[in-house]
Ligand binder design. Structure first.
Ligand code: NAP
Length: 248
């Protein structure tokens, strides 16, 4: 119960990787805030699962691209739990197409959710962490695509590379106040998105991965847990690839 008493906000956590992170941190004793833009009933389903392990958890539907919604969400967390110790910026989307076919709207939407959403939540939560004077941990979910780029993903790669620059800058700004800021760059992870890929595509992908398998949501959640625990107190401004060795 290393995280006993800690309050953790995970964005985009009603499903997928975010949900696995929420469950992992709850299993280590943290009080959990599930945020998502999905309808309240979807958030409630995830909350039920988390509460089974006996932990305190609340759900807040908010759009992280809207600064005022983020401010109200964080105020609600402070009113309920009195503080916030951990932020995991996980919410993210893809809108893939080749550069010359990419709609301006698809560029803006991806940058807004993935990058501006991370800025909105980090800025708002950091303000409270600084006031609390008890340090804090921020983990940003980037992607290996932000490191190496990908055909058809100019918007996504730019947003995820932006998250890496944001991580390093705010890690430097907040280090003096014991707030650690790191990023994780997942490779291909088994989620709803990758379930839609054909068997052949999955096999081809596996060939490119030295560990010869796709990652699981737990693979990511366990590294997030490490980074928000005291075991990572001397790590800040880093990007940890969790990708089976795809990028090295
Ligand atoms: P996911 O299953 O689509 O989950 C993301 C969640 O974020 C969804 O519930 C989504 O709601 C929510 N969301 C979207 N826009 C939001 C907003 N404006 N405010 C609040 N919540 C919002 O995605 P995932 O596969 O678990 O990915 C999680 C993170 O890992 C993302 O940042 C992704 O880029 C990154 N990642 C994933 C992989 C992979 O292989 N899956 C690889 C590398 C990195 P809607 O469903 O309504 O959009």
């Amino acid at each position: 119960m290393e995280l006993f008493g800690k309050v953790a906000l995970i964005t985009g956590s009603a499903r997928g990787i975010g949900k696995a992170i929420a469950l992992e941190l709850a299993n280590h004793g943290a009080k959990i805030v599930i945020n998502d833009i999905l309808p309240k009933n979807e958030i409630d389903k995830t909350l039920e699962e988390i509460r089974k392990s006996g932990d305190q958890a609340i759900g807040i539907r908010a759009d992280i691209t809207i600064f005022k919604e983020v401010e109200s969400m964080v105020k609600e967390i402070i009113n309920k739990f009195g503080k916030i110790d951990i932020l995991v910026n996980n919410a993210g989307i893809i809108r893939d197409s080749l550069l010359i076919r990419m709609k301006e709207e698809d560029w803006d939407t991806v940058i807004n959710i993935n990058l501006k959403g991370t800025f909105n939540c980090s800025k708002t939560v950091a303000k409270y962490m600084l006031r609390q004077k008890s340090g804090g941990k921020i983990v940003n979910i980037s992607s290996v695509i932000g490191l190496v780029g990908n055909i058809g993903q100019a918007n996504y790669a730019a947003s995820k590379a932006g998250i890496i620059g944001l991580t390093k800058s705010i890690a430097k700004e907040l280090a003096l106040r014991n707030i650690n800021v790191n990023a994780i760059a997942p490779g291909f992870i088994e989620t709803d998105m990758t379930k839609r890929l054909s068997e052949k595509v999955i096999k081809d992908l596996q060939q490119q991965i030295p560990l010869k398998r796709l990652g699981t949501v737990k693979d990511i959640a366990k590294v997030v847990y490490f980074l928000v625990s005291d075991n990572a107190n001397y790590i800040t401004g880093q990007v940890i690839n969790v990708d089976g060795g795809m990028v090295m």
